[in-house]
Design a protein around this ligand. Structure first.
Ligand code: HXC
Length: 536
């Protein structure tokens, strides 16, 4: 008698003869075995090397960052397809990158972490495909994307395919920009292509002694230029947080870094359609932060604007961004009556809070971030203007300064401005004045709104009177006083309607809450265009 053949059995026999012989139980044991092998990463030796320099493994990092048991891994069995340089004889578990989904404080995220123990986390074609797949997922599902980078850059053995992989990532970073939050964590050496993807994302986190970012490393620099420099001095965490502005957050350990990310995620929405989650309303901790005590009685004395923000914000909580870079401007998130607001504030503690090349860049990018993600802007103004000087002029302060004008003008989220003391010249306009379409501009009675400070202005417009006076110093004092009484106050601007209300300092929070409440349904239509051409 002819034996009946099951087509399914026949096909699976050719696909995997051994598997075919197994029952469900054996297949399940086989799966576990395969998983164990893949989960070993680059093996014990490589993991030990990683641990010896204070680094967690890629999988440990994901587990530490996400909510317990929330991580779901995909593409564990992806393997590289390279053949050259004996690559066909090498097994690279997961092709050196772990991808998946999970939650942070209940918020969904897509995540990838490069595994340095596997070929130095280098990026080959399949490695890149895993990353781009999870990026596509994040964009489709409209959830934040977190990339933990720890990579020697383009996998040299895979040639142009590695470069192609980077190109595909950069393209997606750009598409996702302004649609979903993109967070980069630099937890190892990131060279070449490995640094451009983070540069295209919204927030870059670094860790002391672990982070290294550069386009060309110390070896190349030595060969080409004959200059010697350590990796740390070239592209360590401090360098990128303090000097280059390439990074936004600095931590002393991976643990601290993950706690910063968790805090950030609590302030921002999942995507550009939603608003950030509201928190229970809380009053400021007025015992510690009180406007009356934060503000010095002498208007020439500096103060820490972060204390002023804390005196206004819910629970006196202020989550600062780029704390170590361009300290003359302060940016970050706070909550007011439970709602997230993006705060931009001149910082009188540094350079009297002037605007310059770096502070304009820093604030402009943040304004655009808030505008993309429906976060209202609260701007605190106290500055003598743009920083004068040959260095600044030659560094392009015109172009960089214009970025802030552009960002505020283009922003359509609710924009609320408070002028506390000085608002001079271009600084007055740039710090979200009515002319750039602030919805509300409040000023304290101590505000001084003018083209420039009384001393500078008097030296110019009263020069003849001062020079020809019997006592030039006396005359200067007189003229400064005259100028002050005429212009260095909020009432001239208020008379033209450029200031909506002159308010008592202790009314600030109340006015801000009302302004935010009443702006909830703000909708502004900008002229139709493909996109603008900002002074990048
Ligand atoms: C292939 C790599 C690799 C790479 C590291 N490895 N980088 N394999 N391609 N790019 C491998 C090493 O061969 C080694 O494998 C393992 O990873 C660990 O590396 P080590 O050198 O032992 O580690 P360490 O001493 O910690 O040094 C790390 C490093 C160094 C600083 C990252 O490996 C390095 O300089 N790599 C090259 C960095 C680089 O120049 N990348 C730029 C590529 S060009 P074994 O088998 O021995 O364990 C690029 C252009 C893209 O990215 C441009 C897009 C715009």
């Amino acid at each position: 008698m002819k034996k009946k053949v099951s087509w399914l059995k026949l096909i699976s026999f050719f696909v995997h003869p051994k598997l075919n012989d197994m029952g469900i139980k054996e297949k399940s044991i086989d799966l576990k075995k395969r998983m164990r092998t893949a989960l070993k990463g680059g093996g014990e030796k490589a993991i030990e090397k990683q641990k010896a320099i204070g680094k967690l493994t890629a999988r440990e990092r994901i587990i530490a960052l996400l909510d317990p048991k929330s991580f779901h891994e995909y593409d564990l069995f992806v393997e590289h397809a390279a053949k050259d340089f004996d690559m066909n004889k090498k097994y690279l578990p997961g092709d050196g990158v772990i991808t998946g989904t999970g939650t942070i404080s209940g918020n969904p995220v897509c995540i990838y972490a490069q595994d340095f123990t596997v070929a130095g986390g280098s990026l080959g074609w399949m490695h890149a495909k895993k990353i781009t797949k999870i990026m596509d997922h994040a964009l489709k599902l409209k959830v934040p994307l977190i990339g933990i980078n720890d990579s020697g850059g383009a996998r040299i053995q895979e040639g142009v395919n590695s470069l192609a992989g980077y190109g595909e990532i950069f393209f997606r970073n750009t598409l996702a920009s302004g649609v979903i939050p993109q967070i980069s964590v630099i937890l190892g050496p990131c060279a070449g292509g490995a640094v451009y993807s983070p540069a295209l994302t919204d927030f870059v986190f670094t860790v002391e002694k672990i982070t290294k970012m550069f386009i060309t490393g110390p070896e190349v620099i030595k060969t080409v230029l004959g200059e010697e420099i350590s990796m740390e001095a070239l592209g360590g965490a401090k360098v990128h947080c303090e000097d280059t502005g390439n990074a936004h957050f600095y931590a002393e350990s991976e643990e601290e870094c993950f706690s910063q990310i968790k805090q950030l995620v609590s302030f921002i929405p999942w995507n550009n359609i939603n608003k950030a989650k509201n928190f229970p309303k809380k009053s400021p901790k007025t015992r510690r932060y009180k406007i009356d005590t934060v503000m010095p009685s002498d208007a020439k004395q500096p103060y820490d604007v972060r204390d002023l923000i804390k005196a206004i914000a819910d629970d006196s909580e202020f989550f600062e961004i780029q704390e170590l870079f361009a300290k003359n401007i302060t940016i970050g998130f706070a909550r007011v009556n439970g709602e997230t607001v993006g705060v931009v504030a001149n910082q009188p503690l540094f350079l009297a809070g002037v605007l310059d090349v770096d502070s304009s860049d820093k604030a402009a990018r943040f304004v655009r971030y808030c505008d993309s993600f429906n976060i209202p802007l609260f701007t605190l103004v106290d500055l003598p203007g743009y920083l004068p000087g040959v260095d600044q002029e030659h560094a392009g302060v015109i172009r960089h300064g214009a970025k802030l004008l552009y960002a505020y003008s283009e922003a359509t989220v609710p924009k609320i401005t408070l002028i506390t003391r000085k608002a001079y010249g271009g600084g007055y306009i740039a710090m979200c004045s009515h002319h750039l379409r602030a919805d509300f501009v409040f000023a304290w009675p101590t505000a001084e709104i003018a083209v420039m400070g009384p001393e500078g202005a008097s030296n110019i417009i009263f020069r003849k009177e001062i020079m020809t006076a019997e006592n030039p110093d006396e005359m200067r004092k007189e003229k400064v006083a005259e100028y002050k009484s005429k212009f260095a106050n909020p009432y001239v601007a208020a008379a033209y309607g450029y200031v909506d209300a002159v308010i008592e300092p202790n009314e600030t929070r109340k006015m801000l809450i009302h302004a935010l409440d009443i702006s909830k349904d703000k909708k502004v239509q900008l002229p139709a265009k493909k996109h603008g051409v900002p002074p990048f």
